[in-house]
Design a protein around this ligand. Structure first.
Ligand code: SGN
Ligand code: CA
Length: 528
């Protein structure tokens, strides 16, 4: 067991064995007080995307509490994930490694919890560790002092939670309950003598976007702006043309399960799942509020018998409203956490990290869901509230990735970063006004879940500050190249076009370099 005596954000760290701690403690005196190990509150939501956070994008929704975090710290403009899907993304977070190294390639494989994780290293360094909410790794959490998790995806209403003692049902709405459990651990569960790292992982805003009854009426009068590429026809992008995540498609976005347009006699692909699933979980008061809200909308919907574009745009508006309502609850609950930390004078010594397991499509390319290396789902929101000792405030433009979270937490805790961790600590970006000159110039991405729901082909790729090169493989052999400066919506595939030979060559070389650096075995199958 080691204890950190002095926080030092520069290269050298004073880490001494516990036995030596008492003797040293008196010498360190005031300096030690000022540099107590920082607490970490890591809040991760599910499928929450930058388009639905006012600190990133003010077109759709106000998120005052999330904006509080960004205003009291930093907002990353270029934060991305390594594999845009839940389980794999969570595995990247806790290992600091790409999927091929931590073994969690897709949502169907179980994470091997005996491997090195950030919570294990933090705990060894004297941190109290807790995991509350959506875990989604298909194996039991390891190395937490406390954990209470949703089974799999969990439910919005009256959700079950699993602890080391078994499974229990709770009355209430998932976003509120997860916050309650997190705050309860902060107040009553932890050893207050020790620094802590709390992982607070929300279920919201995952499909099928069930609003809390208190927010059912919100956004009903709002007409959301349609993305300019809502009617993307996928010309020149074969992989994009074969996905199954289209809002317009009756198969992909289900009017009953996803948009709650249930009435007796109507059967859709997912209607049974909704009726016997989330809808059946509402208690009688919730069900009464639900039906009172939805019935007139349902009646109007079936009477109108919309078709074509009218139907597609109606579906888009309903989707946006439901999603936005779940964000309302989320933002309020983030506010509860911030208020608690403020009230208990913990802000001075706590770093708050807010992110999502990946971004999401809010109608861009005509889609919902994620998985693609296109900007909306490759990116993830990342904002941090920083204690006063950090110099940086405002925007950070450098390329960062979710494999960087583990090393960042370790450096915050004064723990040496093991050499097999592939991410890099973000502390140099937080400590200094100016980012280090040698910061990484490109990011690597690899998505595996095919065949699978939404039919997004396997692909890997590289992104620099300006360009993106993607290779779709397996049952397809396609390349896509985008100039993000000229074409931020990624509509125009430049691969193979005259004039782009040189940049393609450079990006392929960079992709090859990254596959070697990260030791991705795919390079043996598809040598570049
Ligand atoms: C569920 C959803 C999918 C979603 C995956 C993965 N279908 O299967 O739409 O892509 O989760 O999401 S649902 O009808 O069951 O809601 S992830 O965020 O957990 O990776
Ligand atoms: Ca997710």
């Amino acid at each position: 067991m080691r204890i950190i005596i002095k926080m030092n954000f520069n290269k050298t760290k004073l880490i001494v064995p516990l036995a030596g701690a008492t003797a040293l403690a008196s010498c360190v005196g005031k300096a030690q007080q000022e540099s107590k190990p920082l607490n970490i509150v890591y809040i991760m939501t599910d499928d929450h995307t930058r388009q639905m956070m006012s600190c990133y994008d003010n077109r759709h929704i106000e998120t005052p509490n999330l904006d509080r975090i960004a205003n009291n710290g930093v907002i990353f403009r270029n934060a991305f994930v390594a594999n845009s899907i839940s389980g794999p993304s969570r595995a990247c977070l806790i290992t600091g490694k790409h999927s091929h190294k931590n073994g969690k390639l897709d949502n169907s494989t179980a994470f091997d919890g005996s491997q090195q994780t950030v919570q294990q290293l933090l705990r060894q360094a004297g941190y109290q560790t807790a995991m509350v909410g959506k875990w989604h790794l298909d194996s039991e959490p390891t190395n937490f002092d406390h954990w209470i998790i949703l089974p799999g995806q969990g439910n919005y209403y009256q959700p079950d939670f699993i602890t080391s003692e078994g499974r229990k049902n709770f009355k209430g709405y998932a976003t509120d309950l997860i916050t309650d459990f997190g705050l309860d651990w902060l107040e009553n569960g932890r050893d207050k003598e020790k620094p802590f790292c709390l992982f607070l992982h929300h279920k919201a805003a995952h499909r099928n976007w069930m609003s809390d009854t208190t927010h059912l009426k919100d956004f009903e009068d709002k007409t959301f702006e349609l993305p300019t590429n809502f009617y993307d026809d996928y010309t020149g992008r074969k992989a994009a043309s074969t996905q199954e995540m289209s809002i317009a498609s009756a198969h992909d976005m289900d009017v009953v399960n996803d948009l709650k347009m249930y009435r007796p006699g109507v059967k859709t692909r997912l209607s049974e799942g909704y009726i016997h699933g989330e809808y059946a979980r509402l208690d009688s008061a919730q069900k009464a509020a639900w039906d009172a809200h939805y019935q007139p909308i349902i009646d109007e919907f079936y009477a109108a018998n919309l078709q074509g574009k009218e139907l597609a745009e109606w579906k888009y508006q309903r989707y946006m409203r439901d999603y936005a309502k779940t964000i309302r609850s989320l933002d309020e609950n983030i506010g509860r956490v911030l208020d608690y930390l403020e009230k208990n004078n913990m802000m001075e010594n706590t770093i708050i990290i807010y992110t999502s397991d990946q971004g999401f499509y809010m109608g861009e390319h005509g889609w919902f869901d994620k998985r693609f290396m296109y900007e909306e789902s490759f990116s993830t929101p990342l904002i941090m509230q920083l204690p006063p000792r950090f110099k940086k405030h405002g925007e950070i433009a450098q390329l960062v990735q979710n494999i960087d979270f583990a090393p960042t937490m370790l450096e915050i805790a004064g723990v040496e970063i093991p050499s097999d961790i592939q991410g890099v600590s973000l502390l140099p970006l937080l400590e200094n006004e100016k980012a280090p000159k040698n910061w990484r110039k490109s990011l690597y991405y690899h998505y595996y879940e095919f065949p699978g729901e939404h039919a997004v082909k396997r692909h890997f790729g590289v992104r620099t500050d300006r360009y993106k090169l993607i290779h779709f493989y397996n049952d397809i052999d396609e390349w896509e190249l985008f100039d993000l400066q000229q074409d931020p919506n990624e509509m125009n595939n430049l691969y193979g076009k005259a004039g782009y030979e040189e940049i393609t060559k450079e990006l392929k070389a960079e992709l090859k370099r990254l596959q070697e650096q990260y030791d991705d075995p795919i390079r043996e199958k598809f040598p570049l």
